[in-house]
Structures are given as C-alpha cells and as structure tokens.
Design a protein around this ligand. Sequence first.
Ligand code: IMP
Length: 429
Amino acid sequence: MANVAIIGAQWGDEGKGKVVDWLASRADIVVRFQGGHNAGHTLVVGNQTYKLSLLPSGVVRGKLGIIGNGVVLDPDALLSEIAKVQAQGLEVGPHNLRIAENTPLILPLHSAIDKAREMARGKNAIGTTGRGIGPAYEDKVARRAIRLCDLAEPETVSHKLDELLLHHNTLLAGLGAETFAKQDLLEKILGWAPKLLPFAEAVWERLDQARHDGKRVMFEGAQAVMLDVDHGTYPFVTSSNTVAGNAAAGAGIGPHAIGTVLGIAKAYTTRVGSGPFPTELFDDTGKLLGERGHEFGTVTGRPRRCGWFDACLVRQAVKVGGVQGLVLTKLDVLDGLPELKICTGYEINGELVKRLPAAMAAQAAAKPVYETIEGWSGSTRGARSWAALPAQAIKYVRRIEELVEAPVTLLSTSPERDDTITVSDPFAG
Ligand code: IMP
C-alpha cells in the first residue's frame, strides 16, 4: 500500500487546500487524524468553491472520507458543514463519510470555557480559535469525554454529563461565565444521535481492510508542526499532536502504514494567534507579503502575521515531523522583490543556535540570523516546469532544500490546481 501523510511544516495555513485536493484526487481514502473545526481550507472544484473545516477533502473528489479518533468532533459544526456542501450539490452520507466510533465530541460548554479562559488570560491570551478544541482534548485525556459511540447509550451520556458539569460549571462560575443546565445539554446531545450514529464505525477495521486491498490512503493533517502540543512553540500551540507520527494513533493503524510523509511550507512564513515568530516583519515588506498572499485566517478571518522564510524552523519541523519531501507553496508572492532573506539560525543571548529552543523566554529572545539572496525580476506564477522559472527563483528553492535538509517534491506556483511542478510522485512509495 502506497500511502501519503501530509502535514504543515510551519504554523499552519501553508496552502494545504490545493495540494491536499490534488493528492486526494489520486487516493482512495482520505483520513483526518487530529484537530477539529479549528482547521480550514478552501477547495476549488470546477465552478464550486468549498470551504471545509472538518470534512476530509476527499469527499469533494468522490472519495471515501474518514474522521479518525484523533479528531475532536463538534457535531453542530459537522452537520452544518454537511448541509452547506449539500446545498452546493454534493452528496454526503454514510456511503462516503465514516467517523471513528471512539471520536470525542466537542460540546457547547467547551467553546464557552475556551473563550472564558482566553478572556481571563488578557494580554497573555493564546489566540485560540475559540472553538473548544483545547478543552475537548483535556476532557479526552481526563477520561470524561463523551464519545460518538456514547450517543447510542443515553445512560452513559447522562452519567458522563454529571462528571463533566461538576468540573466545567465550577470553572465557568469561577471565570464569571454562564453555567450549563444538565437537561438542556442532555437533550441536545441525544438529539445528535440519529443524525450522527449512521456514520459511526470501527474505522480501524476499514483501514486494515484497505491495507489488505492495496488501497491508497492519504492522511490529512491540520494545523502544523510548530503548533504541535509537544514540539511546537508551547504554550502557543493547538492541543493535539500535529506531527505525522500521530496519523497512526489518530486513525488506528500501525506506524509503518503512514507511508510517505510530505511537509508543506510557504516560501515565506505566516502565523495567526500569539506566540514567538522570530522572522516576523513589521515593515512594508511584511505588509506586502500579507496583501499579495491574501493572508487572512480561513476560520477566523484574522490577518496573519508575515515574515521571511525560516529555514531553521522548517528544518526542525522536518526532523520532528518525519518529513521526507517538501511541498513549497506561494513562491509567486515573492516575485519582483529585489532581495530575499532566509533565516539560518538564531542569536539567543549572544549565542548562535541552530534550533528554536523549547523554553518560553529563550524562544521570545530568539533573533533571526539571515542570509540574503538576490530576488528575481520575472514571474513564477503559474509555472509548470523548472524551465519556466527564473534562474534566481530556482536558486532560492535549492537553497531552501539544502538548509531544511529535505528535497522539494512539489512546487505550487498559483492557486490553480494544475500550476504545480511535480518533482516526484508521492504515492510511488
Ligand atoms: P486552538 O487550536 O483553537 O486551540 O488554537 C491554538 C492556536 O493554534 C492558535 O494560535 C490558533 O491561531 C492556532 N490554530 C489553530 N488552528 C489553526 C489553523 O488551522 N491554522 C493556523 N493556526 C491555527
């Protein structure tokens, strides 16, 4: 089985939508293995634009989509996303969407807690999407989460709600936020049962069968390595493991079945939310990157912070994420800039280091060490072969490959699906 996992190699929003769509069109099954409706990407298929947050992108390509147990699932968000794409003419049902029965659910109280806590953090806020992702993962690890399979057992839901409300209402009251009444929540949750249970199954069995049948599976990551709860810029991270290794645990397969791991990175860097960002630009170049790259969050609409390509950071993401090939996107945004900078390391308290350290103050103190590279005057937009690229643009890409210690497998040169330079076929194994 030649499988592929694709993960973000920076802080998310690397332009995964187009590449994931291209890969999905070549796969049989597409699996989401972490995150929730904090993710978001736009897929353009024919004359339809789909904005997906939870649905695995394969669904719009007529493939089987699977939501793995590593995801935290907001039933209302899923049902409204299904209704939205159905209104666009796409059929979504148990025939093309399966959800792991052991997937934890996001309840209304999770986003209430998320928002109340962010508010209480004031200027130290993480800048979460406010969708209850963190609190839902906390409940999973604390062994009190309501999971999809529980919807078939009203008694189980009722008992779990007692424990959940004891915990969350205490916290909400302490934060000065509104508390939740058990009966209201119970009715809401049990109301989801007939709509969601038809999608539920032991997806590990289906994936095992797919392996036996030689089907191609794509594991679709959300967020990115620098937002990984262990390896990212903690605490300014999301609450799941975003590295490719988590595709195994988050879907219910063995580590050997993940296949080729691709890491996706922009030719520059962006970040939404708070946290360290050594190469962030506060000048006109930063503004230009934001405008040209249309850098606004898909989920929250927040403007993204922009900066130079950080090769030191991406190299780290390549190592901890197990990235074997890089997908470089948005090279065209750099067209016409007279010179470009690539960060090759950091100066921290007078010392040169080649990795972003784990400690908070050290991360905040990291000053980028740059090498400068001449820009190019021609256009890279829409290029479909190396020959169509200006020589200096190729030099920039080659330098990135050297510094991050991974080859470029795919180079995306515009939002159009076919404007891609394919160096090697990721499904070739
Ligand atoms: P949470 O995932 O909502 O808890 O947010 C935690 C951090 O992850 C915040 O900085 C968010 O901006 C960031 N984040 C979550 N999802 C995405 C995404 O899909 N793209 C980029 N950043 C994200």
